[in-house]
Design a protein. Structure first.
Length: 724
């Protein structure tokens, strides 16, 4: 007992971070965000892994973009891939359903109380008595089924996928061609080509631990281009059947090589232990002194952040490029699942801090995409671009990696990619119109014209800044000029950015509170309204924006109006949820706005809003994410705010300081640890009044991102005396 007391005292002296070897993975709740609009999933994955086996409750519908909803108990089966937190459905490859009795109505439901999940492992007991355990390596899904008797059945549906449709009656085949070969009584291989959010092809090999006794093809529609098979097994006394599913974008041979390299054996526990230990190593890069509830939220957010981007290269480095050619990736890593419109803001900068080793290959992946396609990626899945959202936000991602010193890149190659992307018209980027008018006129560009102008202006600033840094002053001047096009849409009467036609006439009538998007056009904004998009140019030109309507006091007034103006009825499909006034935490254009108070005459007001947003819209429960996690962006906002900073302009090389929500945190990926301390921190503190870096005061509420990545001591002086 005395030894335990001494160990406890030692742990407290060291900061109270970890007691008696408690694993960091124990703080991850994989069910956070799985109910409601978070759209996360509880199945296993590896950090940046190719496969994500898990349960599918439905194959379509906005509520089931990951295939799963926590409140559901209907089970279609277990597919091998999915996206995390997105608003559109994709993947869901190869649906497998273990069955005890073929015609049992219990085969497609499960006991909710039996459902469990941890990083690297998912477990559930179906109502027909079959228990299911899932784990995986990077490229191979591993299933373990335990049956009530030796008689076992499995259905494998190659037609399945998570459909990009809103029409519940849609019956058009998702798979447009396939070839499935039963190699022997234990191995199936082949490919499926799908037409969904993206058009893509995947190759697979499936291995059973026991030979099947019988196989039959289940009748399907004539239009189906892929089969549905039922397999019968006679098991040994263990009543256990194991299945491995390996994937590749290149060829069946690639899938087989992935399987043999990663899981050549049948030891389920060994694969799970490796998966869990990998997550443990990644999560341990962040250490927190905080209550358990805060640790659960923080480590779950970090877990969600690291689920993507996905390395889609095979173990030999080969991958299928956006032009359908087979190429070999540098360092055997080619990254896809790039939701750039979302993740450029906080997720990608946070990856630079937590996992800097992947950033050079991630930047290389984007540049390779440009060389194959002619422009940088917009939003990629399985290596293919779905062109979702607007602008070209791979640009600020590349610039930030260079400015922050995380990636050494060929600057001329990178600038060429940025300039070509910003001058050669492609989907959502009509540069001839943009340059002719200095904005996108809504009568020529009827969808999201204001948002497209403002976001393109931010990308233009990024190109200009990068060009300036590498000495290309002519290009810098050209793009700095374009970065000011936002001024052409400023309405001096409403003090907002407003749609204008080619003749200079404002759109009328004008409702600044009405959110618009392609779902309810005509409209000039992207899943947001005029108030929410007003703050987009403030990312790169806050002084210029403020100059349009006044000085620091006017900025405070405008921010106060934004956060207090009564919101219209929430619309989750347009990101209008988790609202405070016009602030919509459920959608990314709002994510930097509270941090702009740092430059007003009442910065503590912003800190209070940040604390409120964290407490009201991030909770350790299945419906604890109000708004799509969007490939980790919502989680990244939470982590950044928890640590006390946010990259308002991710490409600038600076972050804006807020107020930490934990007493102490340590990040251990730099040259030396980054230690963040909140002096006088308690549950009652509402903001920070001063900041020090390595003991020296910071005169402004900003700090270079390089300082964070290189390590040091960042101290916040907290207060309980804030404006009410």
């Amino acid at each position: 007992m005395e030894l335990r007391k001494w160990l406890l005292l030692l742990g407290l002296l060291l900061g109270g971070f970890s007691l008696f070897g408690q694993k960091t993975t124990s703080f991850v709740n994989v069910f956070i965000g799985t109910e409601g609009t978070g759209h996360t999933f509880p199945g296993p994955s590896m950090p940046f892994g190719m496969v994500q086996p898990g349960p599918d409750n439905r194959d379509r519908g906005w509520s089931h973009t990951s295939g799963y909803q926590y409140r559901d108990t209907l089970l279609l089966g277990f597919s091998q891939t999915r996206l995390s937190g997105t608003g559109i459905n994709e993947l869901g490859d190869i649906l497998i359903l273990p069955i005890h009795q073929p015609d049992s109505v219990k085969a497609r439901s499960y006991d909710k109380s039996s459902e469990k999940g941890k990083p690297g492992w998912y477990h559930v007991r179906k109502n027909d008595g079959v228990t299911v355990d899932l784990t995986c390596s990077e490229r191979v899904a591993f299933h373990r089924y335990r049956y009530p008797s030796r008689s076992a059945h499995v259905r494998i549906d190659f037609r399945h996928g998570l459909r990009f449709v809103f029409d519940e009656k849609e019956t058009k085949p998702l798979v447009i061609s396939s070839e499935v070969t039963i190699e022997n009584d234990s191995v199936i291989s082949g490919y499926c080509r799908t037409q969904n959010w993206v058009n893509r092809v995947y190759f697979f090999t499936i291995h059973f631990s026991k030979p099947f006794q019988n196989k039959r093809s289940i009748a399907h529609n004539q239009a189906d281009k892929a089969p549905l098979y039922a397999f019968d097994f006679q098991l040994d006394s263990s009543k256990e059947l194991l299945i491995k599913v390996a994937l590749s974008s290149v060829a069946v041979e690639g899938a087989k090589a992935n399987l043999m390299a990663e899981i050549p054996h049948w030891d389920f526990q060994r694969v799970y232990a490796n998966n869990r230990d990998t997550w443990e190593n990644y999560l341990n890069r962040l250490t927190l002194k905080a209550p358990r509830s805060k640790k659960v939220m923080a480590y779950t957010a970090l877990y969600h952040l690291l689920l993507q981007p996905m390395n889609m290269a095979d173990v030999d480095g080969k991958y299928r490029a956006v032009d359908d050619s087979i190429r070999t990736a540098v360092n055997r890593a080619y990254y896809s699942t790039l939701s750039n419109w979302d993740v450029y803001r906080a997720a990608f900068p946070l990856l630079q801090l937590i996992t800097p080793e992947i950033i050079p290959d991630l930047v290389e992946s984007m540049l390779a995409h440009h060389e194959a396609k002619g422009f940088l990626p917009i939003w990629t899945v399985w290596g293919q671009d779905n062109y979702c959202m607007i602008a070209n936000h791979a640009i600020p991602m590349i610039v930030s990696a260079y400015v922050n010193g995380v990636a050494q890149i060929d600057t001329q190659r990178a600038l060429r990619a940025m300039v070509e992307t910003s001058t050669r018209s492609h989907i959502h980027s009509d540069w001839e119109v943009y340059n002719r008018f200095g904005y996108y006129p809504f009568d020529l560009i009827p969808d999201e014209s204001v948002s497209r102008t403002l976001e393109s202006g931010y990308d233009d600033w990024c190109v200009a800044y990068f060009a300036q840094l590498i000495g290309d002053i002519e290009t810098a001047n050209q793009f700095y000029k374009r970065s000011q096009y936002y001024r052409n849409l400023f309405d001096p009467e409403t003090h907002l950015f407003r749609g204008k036609d080619q003749f200079g006439n404002w759109r009328f009538p004008f409702d600044p509170l009405k959110a618009t998007s392609p779902l309810n056009n005509p409209g000039d904004y992207t899943e947001a309204n005029a108030w929410q998009y007003f703050w987009t140019p403030a990312q790169h030109d806050l002084n210029g924006v403020v100059a349009l309507f006044g000085g620091k006091t006017a900025l405070t007034t405008h921010l106060d109006t934004f956060f207090t103006t009564t919101a219209v009825a929430p619309n989750k499909f347009l990101g209008q949820e988790a609202m405070i006034g016009q602030y919509a935490h459920g959608n990314e254009p709002s994510h930097h706005i509270a941090y702009l108070y740092a430059f007003s005459d009442r910065p503590l007001q912003g800190h209070q809003y940040l604390k409120r947003i964290m407490n009201e819209f991030h909770k350790p429960q299945p419906d604890g994410l109000i708004g799509n996690d969007d490939c980790g962006q919502m989680s990244a906002w939470y982590l950044c705010t928890l640590l006390g900073f946010y990259p308002v302009n991710p490409a600038s090389g600076e972050v804006v300081l807020g107020a930490p929500q934990v007493k102490k945190a340590i990040v251990t990926t730099g040259k030396k640890p980054l230690t963040i301390k909140a002096d006088s921190f308690s549950s009652n503190t509402c903001g920070a009044t001063a900041y020090q870096w390595n003991g020296l005061p910071l005169l402004t509420p900003v700090i270079p991102f390089r300082s964070l990545t290189e390590g040091g001591n960042l101290t916040f002086n907290m207060t309980t005396s804030c404006e009410k």
